[in-house]
Design a protein around this ligand. Structure first.
Ligand code: GAL
Length: 953
């Protein structure tokens, strides 16, 4: 007899006992329910068996216990702390055993039934999500236990309820056999993190039902059949439908798609209950080697979404879920993969309503077994198969009635094995109407779509051209990138290049950027915490902050870029023939929901604007439209047409006027600044003056332009490496960040070779190189002036054997006081060579603070591209050619050293970088490096800036 008997279930591979069979998740029209969310009494133990189960007995005095909020995670409420690992199990791998140290939270909730709670029928107690294993008692009776954290579990409790003083006791173990199946790359967050609800089940009420609503695009007709465990009638008033359950009916309908999410309200009525239906008619099929919906191939412009809130973890409220969907819609995203578990069920309701294609993924990942060559992987061990099938069934049964769910996914990174095949067989049998996805099935033996993660552009192109080979079955299937574009820190780069491939090769049906939101945890001292900030023994640092949204849901530049890259309307023109080409890139919708505007901008200021009549082009169609004549009397200077597609009216996801797509078309070229070198350098009292420039006579260093003091102006090649520069340590390809450091690019010294006063120029010759390295750059600064303005031409030539690109190439200097910044060039946000699609040429104003992009782990950020001129701190700079502008209240070295935003302390100097070039960004924190065409090669370069210090009025 073991003393651990009472907790044996924790390490049992079985999914649990006592729960009801899974079924569809719905809110009844008439059956009562009682939310048990709220404050619960809470006691934390160090081990699973530290306390007996007496707390579950009515009358137990929990007066001395703490309180936690349910839904919630106790580690985010002051009890213990979160742990972040990517794929490593934070406990010894000895399945199904878990550590003795197993934080266990006892939860107690007392409740009364509402006075009008019906006496007839039954009652079900539903848990929508508990991590990772729970045992449940009601009024002292043991109901059973369950695993499967992000899946619903229900218990029949009607016979146990009393009108008042009910005692619900739930014991939650952080670690269980189930943890081996839940090794997703995210925080380990125990707790009752989704709703707990008591559902009255009337006699003759609905049990489970399956809405089959298909669409025949050739006939324009939908066929509805609702299979129900309990017979009844199905009505859809708008369609005149009134049929018995199980009986098909075909009527003309408007189909559902993510672009046109037409839902029909209906009711399923059994003898004892009415349940609302939201019916979306659509047919998903694999035909001609493509995933088609309603007869048309779909291009997925997707994201991977983990559930995340910086204070509440995976306990999301409805408002946050809605915000996610609205943000996706407003950024042209049309698809979401629920990585790597079924989301809160309400999220799928929002996807139905607002329109998103969903890959619904099962709560399964066993990635940590890769450390041992996948030995003992539960998905290839029959003892675990019941648990796997239980998970598959709980997902499919819960979510089967959502039109938005178009693909099921077995899970993520679980290797291969018989258990997965069993899941696939079960899902195919239960729901043949949806294709099945699993990235870890390279030959597509069990799956209906070829799926890859982080494949580079060249390989994706090969697959698009059908040159990749593979099994016979795989060759018949389309490709989706279930993950690409690793949005960790600054980036991801290269999205536009992927999109071009997707739009060129029909076999490529798009992808899902990794990932939606940074999982930073709000922290009083650190701003946002990431892995290691809670003293974890094993952790993966800020790899958990790799989203298109910052933890507070502010869009990062990556999301702005993605929005532009995937815009559903192409707007282009080269300015040679007075036309603009408009292309409808939707899969289903014509352009009738959009209005088009133009503006004619000179140096970024609108000289005139108007509307453009665009026909309601069908999907895939283009039209070349005449632009108006440039407005007479427009000022001279560089001019552009900006054409925008905006919402013609309010939609459920954005108001009228919301910009969906845009394009800029050149109208008149820029005139580059011209400075005639008429002034001559004059030496005196330790300084040299040249026009408005004042220089140190010994070093040739610029000290002032007019009244503006300037410090430390010199060549700069270093940037605080981005997560993508640093790359992931498993990357076999060359990683630039570490190479740059090895070459000493972060500690370059400047040797002064000569200060030469010429007739009309001051020339300073230097060599820039790092200790221990032969590689370096010569840098020659040539200053001239027309008396008012000061022109600097930098000439630089790499010396030695340069085998790596440069991080950046330009100058940096300090200014004493900068507040506002104004520029004409790309904006409003940051851009880099391969993340520049969303940069709009215009006249922009910001502040130094406003120029910073708050990456959770500080790194290179904030560069504005294509800047023709900028004004800051009393200085005006014009570039020849245009430059990249960055300004910060700390140095690059301080930025590089910071681990959190709170490490960055503003100093007295604003450090300005004017760059001639920047290295690309890429996606190497998990995927490919920047494409070679975005490398900043070390090669001879020359670039100029014209400085002036216009007197402030
Ligand atoms: C993938 C994995 C994701 C995440 C990503 C890196 O391999 O499926 O869960 O870990 O890499 O952020």
């Amino acid at each position: 007899m073991s003393f651990r008997t009472s907790t044996q279930y924790v390490e049992d591979v079985s999914p649990g006992s006592g729960a009801l069979p899974p079924r569809a998740w719905y809110a009844s029209c008439d059956a009562m329910s009682l939310s048990l969310n709220g404050g619960w009494r809470f006691r934390l133990s160090d081990t699973a068996d530290a306390e007996d189960d007496s707390f579950a007995t009515p009358g137990y005095d929990a007066g001395g216990w703490a309180e936690v909020s349910v839904p919630g995670h106790w580690v985010l409420q002051g009890h213990g702390s979160p742990v972040y690992t990517n794929h490593l199990y934070p406990f010894p791998v000895d399945p199904p055993r878990v550590p003795t140290e197993n934080p266990t939270g006892d939860h107690l909730r007392l409740f009364d039934l509402p006075g009008d709670w019906p006496a007839d029928g039954g009652t079900v107690l539903r848990f929508d999500g508990v991590e990772s294993c729970a045992r449940v008692w009601l009024n002292g009776t043991d109901l059973g236990e369950f695993k499967g954290s992000r899946l619903p579990h229900e218990f029949a409790v009607g016979h146990l309820l009393r009108p008042g003083g009910n005692v619900l006791a739930v014991r939650v173990h952080q670690w269980s056999a189930g943890s081996y199946l839940e090794d997703q790359d995210q925080w380990w967050l125990p707790g009752i993190f989704r709703d707990v609800t008591l559902l009255h089940r009337p006699a003759g009420g609905v049990l489970d039902f399956f809405v089959h609503a298909s669409y025949d695009h050739t006939a324009g007709a939908g066929t509805l059949r609702v299979d129900s465990d309990v017979a009844g009638r199905v009505t859809v008033p708008d369609l005149g439908i009134d049929v018995a359950t199980g009986e098909p009916v075909t009527v003309p309908v408007e189909p559902w798609s993510a672009e046109t999410p037409r839902l029909y309200d209906g009711v399923l009525a059994t003898e004892g209950e009415r349940v609302p239906l939201r019916v979306g008619f659509r047919t998903v099929e694999l035909s001609d080697g493509l995933i088609k919906v309603n007869g048309r191939p779909v291009l997925f412009k997707g994201v991977n979404r983990h559930e995340w809130h910086p204070e509440r973890g995976r306990a999301l409220d409805l408002a946050t879920m809605r915000e996610d969907v609205l943000l996706m819609k407003r950024h042209n995203i049309n698809a979401v993969r629920t990585s790597h578990y079924p989301p809160h069920p309400a999220f799928l309701g929002l996807c139905d309503e607002l329109g998103l294609w969903v890959i619904d993924e099962c709560d399964l990942e066993t990635h940590g077994f890769t450390e041992q060559g996948w030995r003992d992987n539960p998905v290839d061990d029959d003892r675990w198969t019941p648990a796997l099938l239980d998970r598959a069934a709980r997902m499919v049964e819960r979510d089967k009635n959502h039109p938005s769910v178009v693909i099921w996914s077995l899970g993520n990174e679980a290797g291969t094995g018989r258990g997965l095949t069993a899941m696939a067989g079960w899902i195919h049998g239960r729901d043949p109407s949806r294709p099945l996805h699993y990235e870890g099935d390279p030959g597509c033996r069990d799956t209906d779509v070829y799926s890859r993660m982080y494949a580079g552009h060249a390989e994706v192109e090969r697959i698009g051209r059908r040159l990749d080979g593979g099994t016979h079955k795989r060759r018949q299937l389309p490709l989706i990138l279930c993950e690409y574009g690793h949005a960790m820190g600054n980036g991801p780069g290269g999205l536009a290049d992927y999109q071009r491939l997707f739009e060129t090769h029909e076999r490529l049906q798009g992808g899902f950027v990794w990932e939606w939101i940074d999982h930073g945890i709000a922290h009083p001292e650190l701003g946002y915490a990431y892995g290691g900030d809670f003293g974890e023994e094993l952790h993966d640092g800020n790899f958990v902050c790799d989203g298109l949204l910052f933890p507070d849901r502010r869009p990062s530049p990556g999301l702005t870029e993605y929005k532009k890259v995937i815009e559903p309307v192409g707007i282009s023109g080269d300015g040679t023939d007075g036309t603009v080409r408009v292309t409808n890139k939707h899969d289903f919708a014509d352009l009738s929901a959009l209005a088009f505007t133009w503006s004619y901008e000179v140096e970024g200021e609108a000289a005139d604007s108007g509307t453009l009549a665009v026909p309601a082009l069908a999907p895939g169609a283009s039209a070349d439209l005449e632009l108006p004549e440039p407005p007479p009397g427009a000022p001279a200077g560089e001019a552009l047409w900006t054409v925008r597609a905006v919402l013609a009216g309010d939609t459920p996801w954005a108001p009228k006027g919301h910009v969906v797509a845009w394009g800029q078309i050149p109208a008149a070229e820029r005139r580059t600044p011209h400075v005639t070198a008429t002034a001559r350098p004059v030496a005196g009292d330790g300084v040299i003056t040249l026009g408005p420039g004042v220089f140190d006579a010994r070093t040739g260093a610029l000290r002032a332009v007019g009244d503006v003091a300037v410090s430390g102006l010199r060549l700069d090649v270093w940037r605080a490496t981005t997560d993508n520069d640093d790359g992931a340590d498993w990357q076999s390809d060359l990683r630039h960040g570490p190479l740059w450091r090895k070459l000493g690019l972060h500690r370059m010294r400047h040797r002064l070779d000569a200060v030469e006063m010429g007739e009309d120029a001051l020339t300073v010759r230097t060599r820039v190189a790092a200790a221990a390295r032969e590689t370096g750059l010569s840098a020659v600064y040539r200053w001239t002036s027309d008396g008012d303005r000061l022109r600097l031409t930098v000439g630089t030539v790499p010396e030695g054997d340069w085998t790596v690109p440069l991080p950046r190439l330009g100058i940096r200097f300090g200014l004493p006081a900068v507040d506002g910044v104004e520029w004409y060039g790309g904006g409003p946000g940051e851009a880099y060579p391969d993340t520049r699609t969303a940069s709009v040429v215009g006249r922009w104003r910001s502040t130094v603070e406003g120029l910073q992009t708050p990456y959770v782990r500080p790194q290179e950020n904030g560069a504005r591209i294509d800047v023709r001129w900028a004004e800051l701190g009393g200085l005006r700079v014009e570039g020849e050619p245009a430059f990249w502008l960055t300004a910060r209240r700390w140095t690059t070295e301080q930025l590089d050293a910071a681990a959190h935003r709170t490490d960055l302390v503003p100093g007295d100097t604003v450090w300005v970088n004017l760059d001639h070039g920047q290295h690309g960004i890429g996606s190497q924190s998990c995927g490919p490096a920047p494409l070679p065409r975005y490398h900043l090669r070390a090669e001879p370069a020359e670039f100029s800036f014209v400085f002036s210090a216009p007197a402030t009025p």
